[in-house]
Design a protein around this ligand. Structure first.
Ligand code: ADP
Ligand code: ZN
Length: 730
């Protein structure tokens, strides 16, 4: 690594976080600055954030060049992080400033380090001892030299703040100012791990060796739900930390439950840094700085934690690696799983991709030798895999507006009678997907989008799932003006909740859907409440399929397994397979045996049969064969192009122009499909037109795309976005 330093007055070039796709020259300020330093620079009338990118170009007249206004008191950006940002930008075709914004998303990064008041034990005894005083002092005596904020101290010793201030006045407790951005408590690496089973031990040994090698590598850790994948990768984390390196665990945001953090705390005696959208501003600022100084050994976070300025990253775990939420779809479009691999390869770190149902991409990367694979086949302890069966809905004569079949109802009753929990899965938010006028057939749609409004009875409104717009529920048809004939059509989780409450009047029914909880924290609390027995029947969307441990849950009912099989998404089969296996895996995680019942109108469908048979390898091979034949990912490359704008003619003109001038693409043998209106042809008033590019595996797709799209001049508010390796096709 070079340690370039630029003396005062030297020309430097700065990458700012402003939407300008090049660096700008400035003069180094008084005291000079380091390569990578975070700085504030004047830009027009404003002051903006930037990073020293290198020596100035000298393309401008020296006297006209302005001087850097401030150098921030934080660790300069390491070259390896910059390399990562540059490679990620090139891969995802994202302008560098947007990439830099991801890496500087620490609130008040630019503030000077602030301080806070802390308390610790001084000498002496109080003139008068009370019970409350004794509690504080006992607590502090036990804590040695540690300091606490007033809030922590009053909480831990269960006293009011006046008790503490009383002791401060007498000099029994010392009050000091210390920096707010405190290092994270260090992890205790001497605590014992659980006694691993032979299979787990073997996997842990191999992972540990891989981490200790100090080389880049990726391991797919495949193991059925409950097989102890977490226990195994905790050992890899311990190894990385023993070697003085930092570790990062990425979780699908919503799986960041207290349960996982408690496990970390039990294993290492301290809390990790927790990076996600629910973390407070002060906490984010603290994490960003401490990670940069190596004073946070373990980070648990959502996908954006990849862009933190690690001092010495040695391991990245991507838990539930198949999860679609790793793909960020707006703003910078990237897949956190793939970026984790790139990030690790820059710093010779190891990657663990953990899943019970790996993505076909990762499975294929094992087949072609890029990744190593480790398998855990047995569930830990007594727990056995649930038995999965179908209910053939063609034989169930269900009355109108009912979705729980008699067969499922009987099984649910049997479980409720022995006081076990039941989960019903339906991947549809809200009360009903369609609201229709029984008099004229009119369906309520969103004004801004080409989508139906979904009734949410819980919040007494109609909601568009594309743009989030809401309207109050209506009595009168907007089209024929008949009153009182608006009717819900089809089921959503809320409606299923009503049905369950009627069928099982004595059971506590809880509906779990992301839109029903205002904050991630509220949702987490609800999940914990359910896990400790706060519900008999849990009804939910996709959300409940993810990694939660409900020990008393023994039956899972899938209301409509056919939902995911419709549509033309190339991953429909893979997704349904993963989702069904994940949902089924929620049953019987503790000592009791679980079962899963899948309601379907097509029990003969190959995907449904594969789910029942549990022949995973066979499913992957068949799926891989089909994709290879079709030349689609992971055996070919794809890019989705979306042109959008308020003027539909302009948008189509631009798309047609691109479709006609494909020289740059034919040179790499790529094919273009479209233009066609996107499946959701309008969002927030913007018309959307799609083009799809398909290319062979080894071609330079990105540079061809850049050359291709640069031909088009976008008019008005038209915009073009490119999604490399698209996951969804809406
Ligand atoms: P996975 O991550 O594969 O779903 P977990 O690591 O969460 O599996 O393990 C499932 C449950 O079994 C957890 O409660 C875990 O603590 C427990 N468990 C797994 N392996 C062991 C072990 N060797 N000793 C004790 N408990 C274990
Ligand atoms: Zn809308």
């Amino acid at each position: 690594m070079t340690h370039s330093f630029y003396d005062e007055g030297m020309l430097v070039t700065v990458m700012t976080t402003q939407p300008i796709d090049r660096t700008l020259d400035y003069k180094s300020p008084e005291g000079g600055c380091h390569l990578g330093a975070f700085v504030e620079v004047p830009l027009g009338p404003r002051k903006v954030l930037g990073v020293i990118w290198g020596k100035g170009t000298g393309d401008y007249e020296y006297s006209k060049i302005r001087t850097i206004s401030r150098v921030f008191d934080v660790v300069p950006m390491r070259l390896e992080l910059r390399d990562f940002l540059e490679k990620a930008a090139a891969y995802t075709l994202t302008p560098m400033p947007a990439m830099l914004r991801l890496a500087t998303r620490a609130p008040r990064l630019t503030d000077p380090p602030s301080t806070q008041r802390v308390y610790r034990r001084a000498n002496g005894e109080p003139t008068r001892m009370t019970e409350a005083r004794a509690r504080v002092l006992t607590f502090l005596n036990k804590s040695g030299d540690l300091t606490f904020t007033l809030k922590e101290l009053t909480k831990h010793s269960d006293v009011t703040s006046s008790v503490v201030t009383g002791l401060v006045k007498q000099g029994i407790i010392a009050e000091e100012n210390c920096p707010r951005d405190l290092p994270f408590q260090s992890m205790n690496l001497d605590l014992p791990c659980k006694k691993l089973t032979a299979e787990q031990f073997d996997a842990a040994e191999k992972l540990t060796a891989a981490v200790a090698s100090g080389n880049y590598g990726t391991t797919l850790l495949r193991g059925v739900t409950g097989s102890g994948k977490t226990e195994v990768y905790l050992e890899a984390i311990a190894t990385a930390m023993r070697l003085g390196r930092q570790a990062l665990v990425l979780l699908p945001e919503i799986a960041l439950t207290g349960e996982f953090l408690t496990r970390i705390e039990r294993r290492f005696g301290a809390q990790p840094a927790e990076w996600h959208s629910g973390a407070t501003m002060t906490e984010r600022r603290r994490i960003w700085r401490m990670v940069g100084q190596g004073k946070a050994q373990l980070v648990v976070g959502a996908r954006s934690a990849l862009f933190l300025p690690y001092q010495n990253l040695g391991l990245i775990v991507v838990d539930e690696e198949h999860d679609t939420s790793y793909k960020q779809e707006d703003g910078v479009i990237y897949n956190a799983r793939d970026m984790a691999v790139l990030r690790a390869s820059q710093v010779r770190a190891h990657v663990v991709l953990a899943s019970a149902t790996p993505s076909l991409e990762s499975w294929a990367n094992v087949q072609n030798g890029k990744y190593t694979r480790l398998d855990l086949n047995a569930r830990f302890g007594m727990a056995t895999l649930p038995e999965i069966k179908t209910i053939d809905m063609r034989n169930e004569k269900l009355p109108a507006n009912r979705w729980i079949s008699q067969a499922l109802q009987n099984k649910i009753n049997a479980r409720l009678n022995v006081r076990e929990q039941v989960m019903l899965f339906l991947n549809r938010r809200g009360f009903a997907p369609i609201t229709l006028c029984r008099a004229c057939g009119f369906q309520i749609g969103c004004d801004q989008c080409d989508a139906r409004m979904v009734e949410h009875r819980f919040s007494k409104s109609l909601m568009c799932h594309q743009c989030g717009d809401t309207k109050p529920m209506i009595e009168k048809c907007p089209s024929c003006e008949t009153v009182g004939r608006m009717a819900p059509i089809g089921p959503g989780v809320e409606r299923l909740g009503e049905e369950a409450a009627k069928l099982f009047p004595d059971a506590m029914v809880t509906v779990l859907s992301s839109d029903m909880y205002k904050t991630a924290r509220a949702l987490k609390e609800k999940i914990e409440e359910i896990a400790s027995g706060g519900a008999d029947i849990i009804i939910g969307t996709q959300l409940i399929a993810k990694g939660h441990n409900f020990p008393n849950l023994t039956l899972v009912g899938v209301i409509d397994a056919d939902l995911g099989l419709q549509g033309s998404d190339l991953r429909a089969a893979e997704r349904t397979f993963q989702l069904m296996r994940q949902v089924a895996g929620r049953a019987g995680r503790a000592k009791k045996t679980g079962s899963a019942l899948i309601q379907t109108y097509q029990p003969e469908h190959p995907v449904i049969r594969a789910i029942l048979a549990g022949e995973e390898e066979e499913f992957w091979r068949a799926e891989a064969f089909e994709r290879e034949q079709a030349g689609v990912p992971p055996y070919g490359r794809m890019a989705g192009i979306i042109l959008s704008g308020s003027n539909v003619t302009q948008v189509f003109e631009a798309a047609n122009m691109l479709a006609k001038n494909i020289f740059a693409l034919t040179r790499i043998d790529a094919k273009v499909f479209g233009p066609a209106p996107a499946p959701v042809a309008r969002i927030r008033g913007r018309h959307r037109v799609r083009l799809l590019v398909k290319a062979g595996k080894g071609v330079a797709l990105q540079s061809a795309l850049v050359e291709w799209v640069s031909q088009v001049r976008l008019k008005g508010d038209a915009r073009l976005s490119i999604d490399i390796d698209p996951q969804s096709f809406y």
